[in-house]
Design a protein around this ligand. Structure first.
Ligand SMILES: Nc1ncnc2c1ncn2[C@@H]1O[C@H](COP(=O)(O)OP(=O)(O)O)[C@@H](O)[C@H]1O
Ligand SMILES: [Mg+2]
Length: 261
């Protein structure tokens, strides 16, 4: 079976400055995949290339067996890639209600008003915030706002969900709830998930596989548990070194890693 996302020797430059090159990776359908790495290493740039918001300078990007970008050109526009993205700043409209914000995920479709509302309500239920449709974003907690952004992404029924560090502002309890909601959504809707994060703990809570981006290259890639057992990249070596020693000795990885899920 074809991978749902395939990158072959992808390179990106901004104003002749190379951000990364020779990025090759396959993401299988249904996989939950983390793009890890320090701030500024190019994670968001890579996610934007996958989303079709920008074109790589070089290389090939295939989505679900279709050529999406080749040799610096976008062949498959963002809205035809079957994906939805949640950005770090969530991009909610403060003057619109939750229902109206979520229905914006269906902008450009020919659905009747009543069908839009139905889709919005079912996405809000899936994100466990069905009762908040009438509120405005300013009347919600940070975690509830994240769920609204997720619900909006889900309305278009994407195959691929892309998340760019949308949890940074949340406390640990809220994060844990959201991780559980997202894992559930992935299973229920057969979503493939790509999460950008600088935090290996977050990756381990959400994802089965990861690529670590450092100095413009993939430093390591594979199943997360295996990577954490034998870390090669600075990002994962530093993370594993900070784990409590008994956890390291006993399991070789944080208890929340989930390669088998
Ligand atoms: N549109 C752009 N124009 C010029 N430089 C950019 C642009 N977008 C990102 N960059 C640069 O690319 C590098 C990687 O940025 P980014 O992908 O946002 O990193 P990360 O998400 O890993 O923190 C940074 O040095 C950033 O300044
Ligand atoms: Mg970023």
């Amino acid at each position: 079976m074809n991978p749902i996302v395939q990158l072959k020797n992808i390179a990106k430059e901004f104003h002749a400055v190379e951000i990364f090159r020779d990025i090759s990776l396959d993401i299988q359908s249904g996989e939950r995949f983390a793009l890890l790495g320090p701030s500024g290493c190019g994670k968001s740039t890579l996610l934007r290339l996958i989303a079709g918001l920008d074109a790589p300078t070089n290389g090939e990007l295939w989505i679900d067996g279709q050529a999406a970008s080749l040799a610096g050109r976008i062949l498959l526009p963002a809205h035809q890639r079957g994906l939805a993205m949640v950005f770090q700043d969530l991009a909610l409209w403060p003057n619109l209600t939750v229902h109206q914000n979520v229905e914006l995920g269906l902008a450009g479709t020919s659905l009747a008003r009543v069908q839009r509302r139905e889709r919005a309500e079912s996405a809000l239920s899936a994100c466990r915030i069905a009762e908040l449709g009438g509120r405005k974003p300013g009347e919600l907690s940070g975690g509830q706002q994240q769920r609204v952004a997720l619900a909006r992404a889900l309305t278009a029924e994407p195959k691929l969900l892309l998340l760019d560090e949308p949890f940074s502002s949340l406390d640990i309890a809220n994060k844990s709830h959201l991780y559980a909601v997202i894992r559930r959504l992935c299973t229920d809707f057969h979503l493939t998930l790509i999460v950008v994060s600088h935090d290996p703990l977050e990756a381990a809570a959400l994802c089965s596989h990861a690529a670590v981006l450092e100095r413009g290259r993939i430093a390591e890639i594979g199943g997360l548990q295996a990577l954490l057992r034998n870390p090669v990249s600075e990002t994962l070596r530093e993370f594993v070194a900070q784990l409590p020693v008994p956890t390291r000795k006993e399991s070789g990885a944080p208890a929340r890693s989930e390669e088998s899920n």
